[in-house]
Design a protein around this ligand. Structure first.
Ligand SMILES: [Mn+2]
Length: 360
C-alpha cells in the first residue's frame, strides 16, 4: 500500500471515532501518534485533524522536515506563540468539540484550555492505542528488521563474553554491535542482571563482575524505522547449579506452553494462563511477575497486554512479547523473551536466537 493510503486509512479511524462521539476535531501531541497518523518524526508538533483537513503546528527546527515527511498536511510554524497558534488553528479549522490524546501535561493543557473556552474537549487514550494494535505489512517488516539488527548484534556479542567481565562491559559491547548492525537506537535502557542481581526484574548494568555459575539476564531492544524489538535471554556462565538449571528449564517450558496457545480468536488471558499453569504446578507462582507480555510497535509497550484477565481477542497482525520469568530475591532470576506475530492460522515466532546459551 502506498504511504498516503496508509495514512488516509489511519486517519479514517480517527474520523470514525469523531463521528461516533459527535466531535468535529482531534489533536495528537505524542511522538508515536504524530508519526503513526502522518509520518512526521520530529519531537514537537500538534497534529490537528478535522473531517476534511489535517494541520500541524511545529517549530522552525522542523518546518522543512515536516513538509518533506508528510503529504496533505498544512504545516504551521510557531515561535514563542506556540499555544496561541495552536488555539488559533483549532478555531480557524472550525472545531467546536474535540478529542485530545490524553498525554498532554497539565501545565500545558490548562493555559491552552483557557484559550479554547468555547471548545468542548474530551480525552482518549485506549482507543488510539487499540488502533495501533494490529500491524500492517510495512509495520511488520520494520519490526522484523529491528529484530534482525538486534539478533545480529547479539550473535556477534556471544563470542566476546567471558567470566570476569562486568555487566556494564557486556551492555556497552552489545550497544556498539547492534548499532553496527543498523539499529537507530535502543528501544529502552538495557537490563543486565548477573547472579543475585538477576532477581531485580529491571536491573541496570553495573560494574559487578560476572562470576562462574552466574545466570545473567540480558533484556534489550532496538529501533528500526521507528519500530521496536524486545528480547531477553538468560545466559549461563560456567558451571550453573542443577537447581538453577531446573528453574531455567521451567521458564523455558512456560514460554513454550504460552506460544503453543497463540492463534487468532484466543483471548490474551488464555495465553497468560497457559504460561502460569507451569509455575502453579511447581508451586512457584509467587516468584513470577503478574503479566506475560505486551505489544510492541512504535512504543516498547503497546496493546495487546498479555496480562491476567485481559479479554482482548488475538487477531492476525498483532505483535507482542512472550516473556515469562521467575525471580528469587538474593538468589537468581531467569527470563526468556521472544517477539511473536499472530498469523491467519497460528503464530510466527519472530525471534530466532537460541534460548539456552552457555558461556565459558
Ligand atoms: Mn518486554
Amino acid at each position: 500500500m502506498d504511504r498516503n493510503r496508509t495514512y488516509e486509512k489511519r486517519l479514517a479511524g480517527v474520523r470514525s471515532y469523531m463521528k461516533e462521539h459527535g466531535l468535529d476535531g482531534a489533536m495528537f501531541t505524542s511522538y508515536e501518534n504524530r508519526r503513526y497518523y502522518c509520518g512526521f518524526t520530529g519531537s514537537n508538533g500538534y497534529l490537528i485533524i478535522t473531517e476534511d483537513q489535517v494541520s500541524m503546528v511545529t517549530d522552525k527546527r522542523y518546518t522543512t522536515q515536516a513538509q518533506q515527511q508528510t503529504t496533505g498536511v498544512e504545516i504551521i510554524e510557531h515561535a514563542a506563540n506556540r499555544l496561541e497558534l495552536v488555539a488559533e488553528t483549532i478555531h480557524r479549522m472550525g472545531i467546536t468539540r474535540m478529542v485530545m490524546e490524553a498525554c498532554m501535561t497539565v501545565d500545558e493543557y490548562f493555559p491552552l484550555k483557557e484559550k479554547l473556552a468555547d471548545v468542548d474537549v474530551c480525552f482518549e487514550h485506549e482507543y488510539f492505542l487499540e488502533q495501533r494494535m494490529v500491524k500492517d505489512a510495512e509495520e511488520i517488516a520494520c519490526t522484523k528488521a529491528a529484530i534482525a539488527a538486534a539478533e545480529a548484534g547479539f550473535d556477534k556479542l556471544l563470542p566476546k563474553l567471558q567470566i570476569g567481565m562486568t555487566e556494564k562491559d557486556l551492555a556497552d559491547e552489545l550497544h556498539y554491535l547492534v548499532s553496527k548492525e543498523g539499529a537507530e537506537a535502543m528501544s529502552f535502557g538495557t537490563i543486565v542482571g548477573s547472579g543475585a542481581r538477576g532477581a531485580l526484574a529491571h536491573a541496570f548494568p553495573t560494574g559487578k563482575k560476572i562470576e562462574n555459575g552466574d545466570m545473567v539476564v540480558v533484556d534489550f531492544g532496538v529501533m528500526k524505522d521507528g519500530y521496536c524489538s524486545d528480547m531477553t535471554r538468560t545466559l549461563l556462565f560456567g558451571d550453573v547449579s542443577q537447581e538453577h538449571m531446573r528453574i531455567f528449564n521451567l521458564v523455558q517450558e512456560s514460554q513454550d506452553k504460552a506460544i503453543a496457545a497463540i492463534r487468532p480468536g484466543v483471548l490474551a488471558k488464555d495465553v497468560e494462563d497457559a504460561h502460569r499453569a507451569v509455575f502453579l504446578r511447581e508451586g512457584l507462582d509467587d516468584f513470577a511477575l503478574r503479566g506475560l507480555g505486551h505489544g510492541i510497535g512504535l512504543e516498547i509497550h503497546e496493546c495487546p497486554r498479555i496480562v491476567i484477565g485481559n479479554e482482548t481477542v488475538l487477531q492476525p497482525g498483532m505483535i507482542f512479547t512472550v516473556e515469562p520469568g521467575l525471580y528469587f530475591p538474593d538468589d537468581c532470576g531467569v527470563r526468556t523473551e521472544d517477539d511473536v506475530l499472530v498469523t491467519e492460522d497460528g503464530v510466527e515466532n519472530l525471534s530466532h536466537t537460541p534460548h539456552e546459551i552457555h558461556i565459558g
